[in-house]
Design a protein around this ligand. Structure first.
Ligand SMILES: O=P(O)(O)OC[C@H]1O[C@H](OP(=O)(O)OP(=O)(O)O)[C@H](O)[C@@H]1O
Ligand SMILES: O=c1cc[nH]c(=O)[nH]1
Length: 178
């Protein structure tokens, strides 16, 4: 069963708040680079980039990262992951804000950190997520959290985004009754 817990208006507000928090914590915003994890993290990073442009009139570089090749379950997933789309110069000495939709075990973020470090050395990496659903398996935490949504292991969080899903919403998928 799917239960909608965040609607489109709330999702927009949440992203605006995350953007304000990034602005507040990074006075000047000079060194920022946004890296969104495909698939939906990349669209979230694009939206944060647009808000930074509107709110602060700054043009922050933004990239979409495929972490397939760095996953720790890589043997079991499809081959054919993409290489990072940025160069060492584009991230060296920068403050990278990594963006994803859901933070769960933390393994996707671990893979993203390795992918970034394989290219260059940012001065700092922060993490922004739309949803933190708990159940971490690695010592990873987010700096910017849209919604903390406590879940059981059996539940799942489904983020829909207008760019690919036709609408914005966050649902909790409950396991079917046995
Ligand atoms: O913290 P974790 O346990 O790693 O889980 C979180 C990740 O899982 C989902 O991605 P998924 O692999 O389903 O790919 P998608 O974004 O392309 O749907 C989600 O978008 C996060 O990236
Ligand atoms: O519930 C979950 C767990 C990982 N990734 C998701 O998108 N949802």
């Amino acid at each position: 069963m799917n239960k909608e817990i965040v609607d489109d208006k709330t999702m927009k507000r949440t992203l605006t708040r995350i953007t304000y928090e990034i602005i507040e914590k990074n006075k000047g915003n000079q060194n920022l680079v946004l890296i969104g994890i495909k698939t939906r993290g990349a669209f979230l990073a694009e939206r944060i980039k647009m808000r930074l442009q509107q709110l602060e009139d700054i043009d922050v570089p933004q990239f979409a990262l495929d972490v397939t090749n760095w996953r720790d379950d890589q043997q079991t997933v499809q081959a054919g992951g993409e290489q990072p789309p940025f160069s060492a110069d584009q991230i060296a000495g920068k403050h990278v804000v990594l963006v994803d939709d859901v933070l769960y075990t933390g393994r996707t973020i671990r893979a993203a950190l390795d992918a970034i470090m394989s290219v260059g050395r940012p001065s700092k990496i922060s993490l922004a997520v739309l949803v933190d659903r708990g159940h971490r398996e690695l010592p990873i935490r987010a700096d910017y959290v849209g919604k903390n949504i406590p879940t059981s292991h059996r539940e799942a969080i489904k983020v829909s985004m207008a760019e690919i899903d036709d609408e914005d919403k966050i649902e909790i998928i409950e396991p079917a009754a046995e």
